[in-house]
Design a protein around this ligand. Sequence first.
Ligand SMILES: *Cc1c(COP(=O)(O)O)cnc(C)c1O
Length: 379
Amino acid sequence: MKRNLILAPGPTQVPSRLCDVLGKPIIHHRTPQFQGYLKEVIEGLQYVLQTKNDICLMASSGTGAMEASVCSILSPGDKVITVEGGKFGERWTELCKAYGVEAQVMDVEWGKAVDPAAIKEALGKDKEIKAVFVTLCETSTGVTADIEAIGEVVKQTDAVLVADAVSGLGVTDLQTDNWAVDLVASASHKGLMLPPGVAFVSISEKAKALIEKSTSPSYYFDLRKYLKSATKTDTPFTPAIGVVIALSESLKMIKEAGIDNLFKHYERLAKGTRAAMEAIGLTLFADESCISNVLTSVNVPDGVDGVKLVKTMRDTHGITMAGGQAQLKGKIFRMAHMGSLDEYDVLTGIACIEKTLNSAGYKFNLGDGVAAAQKVFNS
Ligand SMILES: *Cc1c(COP(=O)(O)O)cnc(C)c1O
């Protein structure tokens, strides 16, 4: 059977220890047994999110947690700031529009990160801004935002800070409480090494005050329902039972490894990948100042068809990476450092890029990329 190595930024590889748990027969969710798992999941997520805040779980992909954040804290006509700079930043703006919220868009050049001083200025100009929406890791470009600096700015105002951490949670540092992030939205299928199915939001006291006042039309994603159930270690609707149980195991694995060790591990994988790409003459898409350790986006060299490159890697070699989205279609490819991956997985991916670029007629010394990554991994 052909290999199926996923190096795309979500879903990510599921390790066999979690596959075993996912293969177990279902149990009922209104039972003390399931409640036990739910309790472990909440505590485990508090560890990964570095928070004491309440956490609400829902059955959806990551966008559901983003939607829940928007429709639960705001009311039609409210003013907010959304930081764009990629597909996922744009999603915040689109969600706000869907709920009649007035979004002031902070347009950031793709590949760069927002300047926290610009957020400070915008908040200073308009005291009615209720929330600032940011993205921890902008997966479409490979940029990590300076959430700590943004948190410092937003906490001095009445606005709440909402972060999309679907990509990056458990992979790169996010100190929810220390950095004053009021709502963090994330999901099971990226850094947490599971299939999609569970999304979740952490909620600060400052955010809860807004949630109580919201008049947005919502039902399934109304966080009031989830907060109420959470007090009884319960969920308002049927949870993704199997994925929640597997999540308790995934969080155990993360705790065993230690979150800080994991950040270092993924940083090494990212450094090795960047060194490899540069060694074969390729350039990186994201600006050096804000380059992400969560995924690496690489410019496709002139004369090579970027769409075909990604397709050949997947269909001929069984290695899935991601291409570019929107205006970057065909222009970049993206290799993630999330989920259950070690340096040999990364070396396999680099070898495959080399092979495919070589067949496409791109000139370089075959093997230089793998050698450069090996040097990083062995240093
Ligand atoms: C994957 C991802 C999401 C969520 O996407 P879903 O398909 O809804 O799970 C949101 N934000 C970022 C930055 C992502 O990478």
